[in-house]
Ligand binder design. Structure first.
Ligand SMILES: NC(=O)c1ccc[n+]([C@@H]2O[C@H](COP(=O)([O-])OP(=O)(O)OC[C@H]3O[C@@H](n4cnc5c(N)ncnc54)[C@H](OP(=O)(O)O)[C@@H]3O)[C@@H](O)[C@H]2O)c1
Length: 319
């Protein structure tokens, strides 16, 4: 791997660690990016479906996991960790000293939590950015708006259902971490300390689309303020997750605000039902592309850090 330095002509060189559902879908999305190039796809099993796919695309692969990533540290600028929460804690203990940006796809709670539609600019200066969870990416912007428009929220609950087929072994291993990380982020973004996250792995065949419902217990609902903000937020998220759709706009029933969304995927790796891969991977690509634009920008006036928040994402649409 050459030791080139980032410049205007180059793309940001990224490494993907973890060759499962999330890692392989990420690989497909980086290949469409005008500013990212995957220079290494690392895992631990050369004959896994993800490794086979990467190899067939001519991408460099290694089964030496974090050792390959560390050995070739001079040749990459940003790493996505798509392994598991416990593995990420170990990887970060080795990566931190390199001073390179790491985007964590696992619910490890190590890095700064990032929802591109809310706080992307703040995260770009952090060395370790955590994309929370799929249900977190789908629900957090809605819970945030409920918190912004209601001075008192007594309880927030988020229920996501995804197709069982799209949850790899590491997702299953990380179900407890999913609940903790999503609940913690809900409290952070909504301002309500009492929260609960629930994830359903639905075994139905044919597979179901990802769907997420946000419930918020409030005494005095302000739907007039909330509805236009939710509509604008959905449009903003569609700027980087094209398949994000509002199924049930803010509604008040049984003392709770209810909002329901569905996420259809682009079908990059698994079929389109697996919107759970897209909601977190498109968010991670949006963060990486914004970081790349900052790093690759020629010296001069500082770029507008808010451009991503305006929906300026170029590679998420499957054209
Ligand atoms: N699937 C989703 O909907 C989803 C959504 C959001 C976030 N996530 C999170 O993303 C992570 C990955 O989920 P997934 O569904 O993609 O699971 P997965 O299909 O099991 O993928 C994990 C991959 O990482 C590899 N791996 C694990 N530990 C490793 C290590 N120490 N070194 C190198 N490679 C290692 C595994 O290798 P082997 O092939 O040898 O097992 C596997 O290929 C989990 O933390 C999950 O919670 C998943």
């Amino acid at each position: 791997m050459s030791d080139q330095t980032c410049n205007q002509a180059a793309k940001l060189r990224v490494v993907i660690l973890g060759s499962g559902n999330i890692g392989t879908d990420l690989l497909m999305k980086t290949r469409r990016s005008p500013v990212l190039e995957c220079v290494l796809f690392a895992g631990r099993n050369l004959s896994s479906p993800g490794m086979t796919k990467a190899s067939s695309l001519g991408v460099r692969i290694s089964d030496r996991g974090i050792d390959a990533v560390l050995d070739e540290a001079a040749g990459w600028d940003l790493m996505f960790d798509a392994t598991s929460a416990i593995d990420h804690v170990h990887h970060w203990s080795l990566l931190e000293k390199l001073g390179k940006m790491v985007i964590d796809m696992t619910p490890s709670r190590v890095g700064a939590i990032c929802i591109p539609a809310i706080n992307l600019a703040d995260c770009l200066n952090q060395p370790n950015v955590n994309m929370i969870t799929c249900g977190g990416q789908a629900s957090m912007p809605l819970a945030y708006l409920i918190g912004q428009t209601h001075p008192q929220v007594d309880y927030v609950e988020v229920v996501s259902s995804i197709a069982s087929r799209s949850a790899g072994p590491a997702t299953r291993l990380n179900l407890d971490e999913y609940v903790d990380t999503t609940s913690g982020a809900l409290a952070y973004f909504s301002g309500c300390p009492k929260t609960k996250a629930i994830l359903i792995l639905n075994p139905a065949n044919p597979c179901i689309n990802m769907q997420t419902t946000v419930f918020a217990k409030v005494k005095q609902p302000n739907l007039d303020a909330l509805k236009p903000l939710v509509a604008a937020m959905v449009t903003k998220i569609q700027g980087y997750v094209p398949g994000y759709q509002l199924l049930v706009p803010p509604t008040f029933e049984n003392g709770r605000i209810v909002i329901m969304v569905k996420v259809e995927g682009l079908g990059d790796y698994l079929p389109r039902y697996a919107g759970n891969l897209d909601i977190i991977n498109c968010a991670a690509i949006a963060a990486a592309e914004e970081y790349a634009k900052k790093k690759l920008a020629p010296a001069g006036p500082a770029p507008d850090e808010n451009c991503a928040a305006d929906g300026d994402y170029s590679s998420t649409h499957n054209t």
